[in-house]
Design a protein around this ligand. Structure first.
Ligand code: AMP
Length: 406
């Protein structure tokens, strides 16, 4: 039976959406509201062969959700409101509560709210989006798909920090990992196309935010983001791993407070901080090609971090079968893939320059001990799939009936 499923991904300044018809996964609509909570919100949508962009006078999430529903009805993308049976919501933090998707009821809402202490920027927005869409689409089942859930298979010896143990017991301080929806998507693509080789996989999600995940038999074994999405790789504006004593030292010597240091590490560091030019990898690459020394340095540091992390994770996995590049940079930057792979020659990685240049699905050479792939990530599709899969499960094994109970 055909079902219409909406994927919703709300951020602090944007609201992304996709509409699918399931089970064939045909994408009927994609788009986003940019500039949410600003004076100039913009609605962008692509459906069929059509593109639309509108400046809006309404800037809050409730107005955006109403606008989206009217748009889908007006363009006849859904026959009526009731036909939209499932809405999948991306939720940043599921803590230790959730290792998979869950149908949203009042208890789940309460848990997402409580977990806001672990993700103060993202969870409150996610919660707001859920509340707004539940109000507008009361007959749909709303499902939360967590960015942390995929990493709940990581062992305590890898997710704990070597701090006093009561920090974990009393404050839940541990590695959670993020980008789980993207890493899981890659894992499912691999298992569908590569069954026999995908035992030991390292997936490099390289975008504005960047993280690496080591997987064994499709499950997350280790990942570079930690308690927050600030740790691990160098990113667009985030510093990634630094000496943990530095924030305190910087606050002391500059006389600034810790909130400012936090902002510096999240918004003024990474590619932007080192290049003193841009957080956008395309621009860094162009500047580097023109001889800009800061851009060259930023690029080199970005690549070094990836190489070091892949090396560490190959050790953690005790070998490597498949290396994957995904995310805006991973999917599009020939230079990053080439330079990372050159430095992994000791693992037996060999790529073909022409395949890498044309961004083929498999870029490794026949002689390579490790298969190197480019997989275009699709978090919205993963959210839709996970939501539908949950609802298809028998009720007594964790699935649910399609009725609201609250
Ligand atoms: P994402 O966060 O996954 O959307 O990725 C955004 C990053 O991908 C930005 O740093 C972009 O500059 C980078 N990116 C997008 N297209 C390209 C490209 N063709 N070459 C290099 N980097 C790119």
């Amino acid at each position: 039976m055909n079902e219409y499923v909406l994927s919703v991904n709300g951020g602090s300044s944007s609201l992304k959406f996709r509409l699918y018809r399931m089970p064939d996964e045909s994408q009927l609509l994609s788009g986003q509201f940019d500039g949410m909570n600003s004076a100039n919100p913009v609605f962008k949508a692509v459906y069929g062969e059509c593109k639309q962009q509108e400046n809006l006078s309404t800037e809050d999430f409730a107005s955006a959700a109403h606008y989206l529903l009217s748009f889908m009805l007006e363009k006849q993308l859904i026959p009526n409101q009731q036909s939209l049976k499932v809405v999948g919501h991306r939720v940043a933090h599921g803590g230790e509560h959730y290792s998979g998707p869950v149908v949203i009821d009042n208890e789940v809402l309460g848990n997402i709210d409580r977990l806001s202490s672990l993700a103060p920027i993202h969870n409150p927005i996610n919660l707001l989006c859920i509340q707004v869409f539940r109000q507008i689409l009361p007959t749909a089942v709303h499902v939360a798909v967590f960015d942390t859930a995929f990493h709940q298979t990581i062992e305590p010896s890898r997710y704990l920090y070597p701090l006093p143990y009561e920090m974990y017991l009393n404050h839940k301080i541990r590695r959670y990992g993020f980008h789980g929806i993207s890493h899981q998507y890659v894992s499912t693509v691999l298992s569908a196309t590569f069954q026999e080789q995908s035992q030991k996989v390292i997936n490099c999600h390289l975008g504005n935010g960047a993280s690496i995940c080591a997987m064994f038999e499709g499950r997350s074994v280790m990942t570079s983001m930690g308690f927050t999405p600030l740790s691990g790789l160098m990113m667009g504006t985030r510093c990634g791993d630094i000496d943990p004593a530095l924030p305190i030292h910087i606050a002391r010597i500059t006389g600034t407070d810790m909130d400012n240091v936090d902002r510096m590490m999240n918004f003024k560091s990474g590619l932007l901080g080192v290049s003193q030019y841009s957080s956008d990898f395309r621009l860094i690459n162009e500047a580097a090609q023109q001889g800009n020394q800061q851009a060259i340095l930023a690029q080199e540091m970005f690549i070094n971090r990836i190489v070091e992390t892949v090396g560490a994770y190959a050790a953690a996995l005790n070998g490597l079968d498949v290396l994957v590049f995904t995310g805006g940079i991973g999917e599009n930057s020939e230079v990053v893939r080439q330079r990372v792979c050159e430095q992994l020659a000791y693992l037996g990685v060999v790529i073909e320059t022409t395949k890498n240049r044309s961004a083929e699905q498999v870029i490794s050479a026949q002689a390579s001990r490790i298969i190197v792939k480019i997989i275009k990530t699709d978090e919205e599709l993963m959210i839709a799939r996970e939501s539908v899969k949950l609802l298809a499960e028998p009720v007594d094994s964790g699935g649910v009936e399609l009725n609201h109970d609250d």
